[in-house]
Unconditional design. Structure first.
Length: 247
């Protein structure tokens, strides 16, 4: 591999509360735009930057992968160089040399998202914008049982925001589970791809499963209906995290 023709693979983490998602937008602060500015300040060059996905406004990432052109800074020094020009909400965790044909989005085999719910009677000011507050008790065991109906290769049109211009709505969910740690209920789901708002609708549907005592078969029937109105509400962005990216 010629070093000069290689790509730089960057792994980030960020709190998306103050940003309008990943993709550059006019008149709005975004993760991509902020990182491009840091790249320019660190290298003196306007470098292209391609992300593994488009996270929405208010969504966070514990692991987000993007790539840019070769930078003549040693990889172990790149995080320090970029972090010096980034706000505290964004951090470059690592930088690696990648093949010239590496593509953060098209080479991605799948992603894992987690969604955090603060399930207690009192709000926690330290979790504001980082978990959904829901005071009514959730039964994580019922939710986890119902979540098994999400798994497999299926048409998830019922779990996509209405009006989304996506011709192919079939996705393969490798796993979906729900667990509790104290007052935090976490929904974890991994798939080869996700539709617009898919995870947030899955979470809303599983929360409804706790209240209505829906089963795995009930969830499968909702999926088979292809009807968005039969699935649950779209929960807020604040509890959603891109947790892992698989290559």
């Amino acid at each position: 591999m010629s070093i000069e023709n290689s790509k730089i693979k960057l792994t980030l983490a960020y709190d998306g509360t103050s940003f309008h998602g990943w993709q550059v937008q006019k008149d709005h602060a975004t993760i991509q735009g902020t990182l491009q500015e840091a790249l320019f300040k660190a290298t003196g060059k306007e470098l292209p930057l391609t992300g593994c996905s488009r996270t929405d406004a208010g969504v966070h990432a514990l692991e987000y992968v993007c790539h840019t052109d070769f930078i003549s800074i040693p990889c172990d020094k790149i995080p320090l160089a970029l972090n010096a020009h980034l706000p505290p909400e964004i951090i470059v965790k690592s930088a690696q040399l990648a093949e010239s044909d590496f593509h953060a989005r098209y080479n991605c085999r799948g992603k894992e998202y987690i969604y955090k719910i603060l399930n207690t009677h009192l709000r926690d000011p330290f979790l504001a914008n980082r978990a959904m507050f829901y005071p009514k008790h959730l039964d994580e065991n019922i939710m986890n049982e119902a979540a098994q109906g999400i798994c497999g290769k299926k048409d998830f049109r019922a779990f996509m925001a209405q009006g989304s211009p996506v011709p192919d709505t079939v996705r393969t969910v490798q796993y979906c589970d729900v667990f509790r740690q104290g007052d935090i209920v976490t929904v974890r789901v991994a798939a080869d791809g996700f539709l617009y708002n898919m995870v947030r609708i899955i979470v809303g549907t599983l929360m409804g499963a706790s209240e209505k005592k829906l089963t795995k078969n009930d969830i499968e029937n909702i999926i088979d209906s292809l009807d968005r109105t039969k699935a649950g509400a779209t929960v807020p962005a604040c509890g959603l995290y891109l947790n892992k990216v698989f290559y």
